[in-house]
Ligand binder design. Structure first.
Ligand SMILES: Nc1ncnc2c1ncn2[C@@H]1O[C@H](COP(=O)(O)OP(=O)(O)OP(=O)(O)O)[C@@H](O)[C@H]1O
Ligand SMILES: O=C(O)C1=C[C@@H](O)[C@@H](O)[C@H](O)C1
Ligand SMILES: [Mg+2]
Length: 194
């Protein structure tokens, strides 16, 4: 069986990138990095503070530097922030340096999973559903263009999502691997597993 490349998780807030990334890395005995956490550690301040003081643009610049740094590592699992795909530099680094997994869920699930959270500045508003719908419209094409596979995280446990990612990534890397089901041309990339 071939070694797996770096695995990078992208997708909207509350899709489960941090939760699933940690589990996935443990399963593969790899180092796990979360770009949001790494930015906070480096800066010594939390994300709301960075947004307050430096604005979203300041945060995005920090995010570009951090994603460049993390994607240069080897044999790692990296969970990115929900808005990482907004920047071309990030999309290119992710695509060129590993296999990119798009985690997606419904806006209803996002609302539920982020309901009590105060650490996501873009959701501290009265019209969270509208904000999430608008973000989806803007970002879904970018997530798709950047990713190798897409996996839904609603209606299944984090553990089941990890198993599905591993199955799909193994198939991408080594379509002839015996435990893989046969590759049907055109069905692998961006087929969202239900
Ligand atoms: N498959 C799942 N089933 C149920 N709950 C989940 C699942 N995945 C994640 N969660 C829960 O949803 C919440 C948000 O997940 P998480 O922080 O991993 O999202 P994220 O994609 O990293 O978001 P962000 O982009 O804001 O960093 C957490 O409380 C987590 O426990
Ligand atoms: O979707 C977004 O734009 C964000 C998602 C979070 O992961 C953080 O990166 C930050 O709150 C911005
Ligand atoms: Mg996260």
């Amino acid at each position: 069986m071939q070694d797996l490349p770096n695995l990078f998780l992208i997708g909207p807030m509350g899709a489960g990138k941090s939760t699933i990334g940690r589990l996935l890395a443990a399963e593969l005995s790899r180092q796990f990095y979360d770009s949001d956490h790494a930015i906070q550690d480096r800066c010594g301040a939390d994300i709301p503070w960075i947004f307050d003081v430096e604005g979203e643009q300041g945060f995005r610049l920090r995010e570009i530097h951090m994603i460049d740094e993390l994607t240069r590592l080897s044999s790692v699992v990296v969970a990115t922030g929900g808005g990482a795909v907004l920047r071309e530099e990030n999309r290119r680094a992710l695509r060129e340096r590993g296999t990119v997994v798009y985690l997606l869920t419904t806006v209803d699930q996002q609302l539920r999973r982020t309901a009590k959270d105060r650490n996501r500045p873009l959701l501290q508003c009265g019209n969270r559903e509208q904000v999430l719908n608008d973000m989806f419209a803007q970002r879904d094409p970018l997530y798709r263009a950047t990713s190798d596979i897409a996996v839904r995280t609603d209606r299944r446990s984090p553990r089941a999502v990890v198993n599905e990612i591993l199955r799909r990534v193994h198939r991408l890397v080594d379509p002839l691997e015996p435990s893989s089901t046969p590759n049907t041309a055109g069905t692998l990339n961006h087929k969202v597993s239900q």
